[in-house]
Design a protein around this ligand. Sequence first.
Ligand code: ADP
Length: 503
Amino acid sequence: MLSSALVRSVLDALPDAMVIIDSAGNILFANHQVEALFGYPSGEIVGGPVEVLLPERFRQRHVGHRKGYASTRRVRPMGAGLLLFATRKDGTEFPVEISLSPITQGSDILVAAAIRDVSERRQVEQALEEARRDAERANIAKSRFLATASHDLRQPLQALGLLNGALRRMVTDTDCRDVLEEQDQAVDAMSRLLNALLDISKLESGAIKLELKDFEVATLFDEMRREFGSMAANKGLAFSVDTPRDSVHSDPALVGQVLRNLLSNAIKYTPQGRVELRCTRHDDRIGIEIRDSGVGIAPDQLPLIFDEFYQVGVTPNSSRDGYGLGLSIVHRIARLLGITVAVSSEPGKGSVFSFDLPAAREIEATTGAPVAANARSQVPSGGAEILLVEDEPGVRNAMRMLLKLEGYRVTVASSYEDALGRLRESEDYDLVVTDYHLDGGRTGTQVIAAAREILGESFRAILVTGDTSSAVREMQGDASLRITSKPINSDELLALVRDLLAG
Ligand code: ADP
């Protein structure tokens, strides 16, 4: 049997403050730590109610809790999940953690309460919480800054690109042309970075909404074959694209963006050999694979390549083609689509990026009826009359100049209403080029609809947009329409105009 003096000295040696109370709630025993923590002289609180250790406002309620505990008799933390407070003799409060243990003594039930001062831990937790909130605020501010900066940069950059295109057509001196060529490349690099930043800020801000539907993989693959065929051929790479019969249920525009980013990387990082776009079916999933025989990625780099601004073997501030944003965009889109992009790679041999899409819900794939292209009349490339609708004066002037230098006749309109007026004045137009977002909440699709009402269903149109909304997507099956994204490249715009007028 232990002596009571030994028990007392053991209890005094505990790191926590401990009180033992009887069934009436009076303190029978308090160790040294209680006195030190609560600021009472030795023995002062013994015999009094335990509520003296609680802030005034909790005392009455505590009496009820105490009686409730006496009937459950379990070892348990007190007030689980709640922030508990104790009060010192001088009235100051501090946060505590309390653990209760019942002790049976004859017919009486005593309760031992171990009390730990958690002020420091709370301070650390609060500091952490504040730091987390600061980081979140900074992240939101960063996204907002990114979105605003990239958006505001878009118009002047677009004008710059178009003016460069116009100048290149005006200048005959070869030295000047070389300088302009370099300038064009710089503008192009800036546009690509701006597009990537805009994509990221749109994905981050939740501005991109999923538009799920059934669609044929082959349609998307055909687009990729057209878009990347010449890029691969220019590098001397074999580019093979499957022609699958499968349909999937997903968001075609976003899956398209994932494929574009993965294919442009595959071509970029493959000095020789081949790049393949494959489709395989397993049960209700359709597997998509982008394979290349390129430089490959070392195993220790694989977990990092989806990070923002990460490029293998490139030190910060050194330059290389690309910005290390392509795969982070892929990663964000994949998250939005609920898919996982897997990668396997062997340095020197090549890489495979792959993901699965759910098979289409409707078994029968819809076969879009091809729009009769021959319904439109042929237009001589020179002298065609173009109606240009753009609300931003800088971009409007630059586009007009570019088109005029190519020999087209150009009429400009600064708004939907203005465009409508022009269309009513003359029926000589062969093509309308219109911005998507126009002043007064009007859109380019409305301009096109109005033009077609006056000039016929197959009236040619080019829609310039950074918008991927459903209205824009729905128009993609239209053979008399081309959609091009901002910031627009002058050569690309002229190629579209030529292509449409030749059709
Ligand atoms: P970027 O291509 O602009 O550098 P990404 O985010 O698209 O940025 O890719 C990150 C890095 O992953 C690249 O810098 C490259 O080192 C590596 N990478 C991506 N795709 C491939 C690939 N198909 N083959 C080899 N390396 C790749």
